[in-house]
Design a protein around this ligand. Structure first.
Ligand SMILES: [Zn+2]
Length: 102
């Protein structure tokens, strides 16, 4: 279990790129909770930025989408494999906003 979790965290870390610090927790239902922290924002002494949102979907895709948007907004010069999924991430964001739940 632990090996699987750290293997997933490493894989996500590769996708997220060099600025990301990825870790995975388990929630109350033993679901993986992905946390991606920004090492640049942390190093600058700002409040550490992380993808984790209380009460929201913190699965792989949701966390990676939020991280991708953070990179685009705050670190436009950065490169990371996840940036190639930006159009898909924007599409998902759009679908969530257009969703019927509100
Ligand atoms: Zn940052």
């Amino acid at each position: 279990m632990t090996a699987t979790r750290s293997a997933r965290a490493r894989k996500a870390g590769v996708e997220a790129g060099a600025l990301a610090d990825v870790s995975i927790d388990l929630d109350a239902e033993d679901q993986f909770v992905y946390k991606i922290a920004c090492t640049v924002c942390k190093a600058k002494g700002h409040r550490a930025w992380s993808t984790l949102r209380k009460g929201e979907d913190n699965g792989y895709l949701a966390a990676m989408d939020r991280w991708t948007f953070h990179l685009v907004e705050k670190h436009p010069d950065a490169t990371a494999p996840c940036l190639s999924y930006l159009p898909a991430a924007q599409q998902r964001l759009h679908e969530r906003r257009e969703g019927p739940t509100r």
